[in-house]
Design a protein around this ligand. Sequence first.
Ligand code: PLP
Length: 453
Amino acid sequence: MERIENDYVFHRDLKKEYPIITHGVGSYLIDENGKKYLDACSGAVAANLGHGIPFIGEAMADQAKKAAFVHTMRFETKALHQLAETIGKMAPDQLNKVYFTTGGSEANESAMKLARQYHRDAGRSQKHIVIGRWQSYHGNTIGSLSAGGDVKRRHAYTPNLLNYAHVYSPYCHRCPYDRQHDDCLSNQNWTCVTDIERTILELGPENVSAFIAEPIVGSQQGAVPPPPGYFEKVRELCDRYEIVLIIDEVMTGFGRTGTNFATEQIRITPDIITFGKGVSAGYAPLAGMIVHDRLIEGLIQNSDGKFIHGYTYSGHPVAVAAGLAALDVYKRERVLDNVIKQGDYLFNRLLELKQKHTYIADVRGRGLLIGIELVRDRELDLLFDPAEKAADRLNGIAMELGAVFYPGAGSIDGTKGEHLIISPPLNAIKKEIDEIVRILDESLTIFKSLERK
Ligand code: PLP
């Protein structure tokens, strides 16, 4: 209590005490007592190259010494152009123009506003509703929270949220529409897709501006990839009803799932890709969106080239310097190769752990974005009560043992289902993967012994 009373920081949880981190080395964080935490979730799936890379720190310091702030309403820097070009060239063909923000929420906010302006200025003035998915997270601002499905956070602000619509995302392992996977495969009549069309028609296509989705669902579902073909069907619907398709790669972008963007794996061309986290490997607050030429042409023709939007820190030089340096490290260190190698290894080790612990009902994911579904008993198919906060408690045990994971809830329909994301830095080595699995194994054993008491 004494510490809480003397603490001027407004923490997320005012009653909780947080370890004070003094520094980081590679995949480890070290607190003021010298305790080491293996960062098995890259912070918030953001510190994708681990900690303490002098090259990135020096690039940021050099830029800060040259020009600390340049207002992009009036000026630009060469580094801004270089970073935009690098990102534009990594993105799918036809997505070329890059707009910068500081965080992923702002990136999604920008994308949804751009979709609205694009339609309005082309004479489709009623198109304003965004359709999102229950098992999704797009950020914490009112717009991004309105589009996302974090039920707890939404509930706290319900009267303030925008009137956006939601469908369920595919979760074939426990279909929220109660369909059987084999049945869907044989007749190609997927409720997770027909429900999108039903929603569009119910709202009136003339009112629907955008559809937003994560390619592989992160924090709200625990690294769940879509069934093959899902996004092709979504793309068709968006084309049919003139709806802007926004793919939120804030968590998946820049190699996390084994390709530069997970969009490459879902085999579609979105209208907008939003990104964040990994672009600067967490060294600076940096995010943004990559926009399809069609939208840019629309803006030039119908809006006099002006996007009615903007942030003070858009394209901040020090953040941009961090981004350029981080992307350089990804490339030079052939990080993508490591993601595939260590991702496969981690996945297989987790499958072994599933044999041992009946708390694990499912192991899924791509690259180094892997999730496990946690249940009370796999054999009996007994779920945890959400109030039990099983994933949070398991992570608490792991932190005691020296590793930190990314716990989450709501994987099944936005309200039920517990999961843990395992997403170490993309340059993690085999020894660290083994340590992650060992600590998770021990944590599950301790969790079990506590459950029995
Ligand atoms: N979109 C996705 C998929 C995310 O995972 C997150 C953050 O976890 C966000 C958006 C929001 O990003 P930020 O917290 O940087 O605003």
